[in-house]
Design a binder for this molecule. Sequence first.
Ligand SMILES: Cc1ncc(COP(=O)(O)O)c(C=O)c1O
Length: 393
Amino acid sequence: MPSIYLDHSATTPLDPRVLDAMLPYFSDNFGNTLAVHRWGREAERDLEAARERVARLLNCAAHEVIFTSGGTESDNLALRGPAQAARVEDRPITIITTPVEHEAVTATARQLRDTLGAALRIVPVDRFGRVEPDALRVGLRNLPADGVAIVSLIHTNNEVGTFNPIAELAAIAREYGALVHTDAVQAGGLVALDVQTLGVDMLSLSAHKFYGPKGAGVLFLREGTPFLSSQTGAKHEDHRRAGTHNLPGIVGTAYALELARDELADNTARLTALRDRLIEGVLARVPDAALSGHPTERLAGHASFVFRGVESNTLLMHLDQHGIAASSGSACKVGNPQPSPILEALGYGPEWTRGGLRLTLGHSTTGAQIDTVLEVLPQAVERVRALSTLYSV
Ligand SMILES: Cc1ncc(COP(=O)(O)O)c(C=O)c1O
């Protein structure tokens, strides 16, 4: 049976070159970055070197890079930091976001509404999952004069792969005096990210999405952005995120991001060609199927579909039985299939919203694997539909 991993948007394997770079920090170079002795000084030197490397790649100053435990934490800090700072000053908080964010943003925004009384505004998206500039302008109307507004927009959608026009949207948000965060977790390492061109105040990354280690991430925090730390303790990360540094993870993050940048052009060209072959093949062979997300403004290795009258989990199990690892892109439980809120926000009707399939390609993906998927998937969809009450011709 083949073994085909097409779930690179969920996570990627650690690049062996990154592992090699990390290994000494588990053994010989184990020092605590705050210690005054040689081990500590060397650890701090390597920490700051990693920070410089990430800053160079993002085009920001080194002290604007905060190392975190991953995308979820970075998203949390991006919303909580400015919101808590506003709360201390008793200023009204408004969070403006979209229905297609990752739960790390949506759940945090809801909690800040419930605990700090933040006003929450949800800006609709178009049928590809993009925020339209005029819709954002509507969302930014009538902000309280003495308040703090935080706009959080996903850079690249995890479920449907669409890019948001972040630079354009951030410029609009800044006209209204809002702070701008973008969750670039899916874009990290796969798209060139320059925080000056994007014009954002905060940007989240997660290393395990670009062949780096799990449990390691970055928050870019622009100098001058009001920010109160959520995790208090010692003076790590300039008092913005306390806790002994995960130096193996930090070194691995910086190196993985560098490798991704060096290989970006080749990787993008290769994955785009494979992705387009996959999309064309699926749409030609599977009836009642559609591509979800934008046809061209999408992540290189990201193919996502909706199949009418299909329940994703059953399809995923069929594919798994054929050695193909895929995802629906949204979290739904076996036995309790829920429609995807992302697909609903894109305007798909109930006969489509349980049938999302995400196939995300990566370093290991080959043309032969795509051919196998194109053989297996049409039969799998047919079988699932034959067993389903959701599908009628
Ligand atoms: C868009 C997006 N944001 C945030 C996260 C969370 O990142 P992490 O797994 O590093 O916590 C993910 C993970 O899938 C994601 O896709």
